[in-house]
Design a protein around this ligand. Structure first.
Ligand code: PGA
Length: 259
């Protein structure tokens, strides 16, 4: 395995799919197909309404539970929102924050996402901070600048002592749900740039421990090549996380590389 100090992490982002009952069915299928593999970290992120039932379905497995969002405030008049403490009470361990769909459709900016990252860490939740460029930004050669700024702003105020709890996901917006994947070389270039920014923020030793996931049309077929890149430490999977066979196929690809 090229990135030997980091354990692969495969996270499934179910987005607005699966009600509580369907979520349990999918989770049970994943549990039975996965067996007791422990060489790869696995997280499933169902919608809020399925967190409790899916949490129960995976409670005897090594799979962890993640949310797709979180409000940074502790409690109060925030109609429709969910706090970190509410998630913790359902045994959630990870929170996807700053997904490009939330940035684009719900107008979330870096400052708000940063508040969420800090609140998640303060509540013992591991943020999966999502960053990525649009097609227009890539075509005008702004990818590294955009992504670096998203990392700097998203992690503002995060101390070195929290480095091991941070997960970053690089998701080129043009590759999400489109069937277009960044080539392994394109992804590796951005992952390496992200790690460089992380070492400026947290020091090299800590930056080496942060897992940087790739997201954007990852499937069992393209996972081996992507995951073999030195700075790609896992995947954030959308479409392919909605069937047990393809999700487990990606976990198996990571397990193969982990040896
Ligand atoms: P996709 O989604 O795998 O369907 O491209 C990834 C994501 O949005 O996290």
């Amino acid at each position: 395995m090229s990135n030997s100090s980091r354990k692969y992490l495969i996270a499934g982002n179910w987005k607005m799919n699966k009600n509580a009952t369907e979520g349990v069915e999918l989770a049970e299928d994943i549990v039975s197909q996965l067996g007791s593999k422990t060489s790869v970290g696995v997280v499933v992120c169902p919608p809020y309404t399925a967190l409790e039932s899916v949490g129960k379905a995976i409670s005897e497995s090594n799979i962890q539970l993640g949310s797709q969002n979180m409000n940074p405030e502790a409690s109060g008049a925030y109609t429709g929102e969910i706090s970190a403490e509410m998630l913790r009470s359902l045994f959630v361990t990870h929170a996807i924050l700053g997904h490009s769909e939330r940035r684009a459709l719900f107008h979330e900016n870096d400052a708000f996402i940063n508040k969420k990252v800090l609140a998640a860490l303060a509540n013992n939740l591991r943020p999966i901070l999502c960053v990525g460029e649009t097609l227009e930004e890539r075509e005008s050669n702004k990818t590294i600048d955009i992504v670096s700024a998203q990392i700097r702003k998203g992690l503002e105020g995060v101390g070195e002592d929290q480095a091991e709890n941070i997960v970053v996901a690089y998701e080129p917006v043009w590759a999400i749900g489109t069937g277009k994947t960044a080539t392994p070389e394109m992804a590796q270039e951005v992952h390496a740039a992200i790690r460089k920014v992380l070492s400026e923020l947290l020091g090299e030793e800590k930056a080496d421990k942060v897992r940087i996931l790739y997201g954007g049309s990852m499937k069992p077929e393209n996972a081996p090549e992507l995951l073999a890149q030195p700075d790609i430490d896992g995947g954030l999977i959308g479409g392919a996380a909605l069937t047990a066979r393809s999700f487990v196929g990606i976990v198996e690809a990571a397990a193969e590389l982990a040896g």
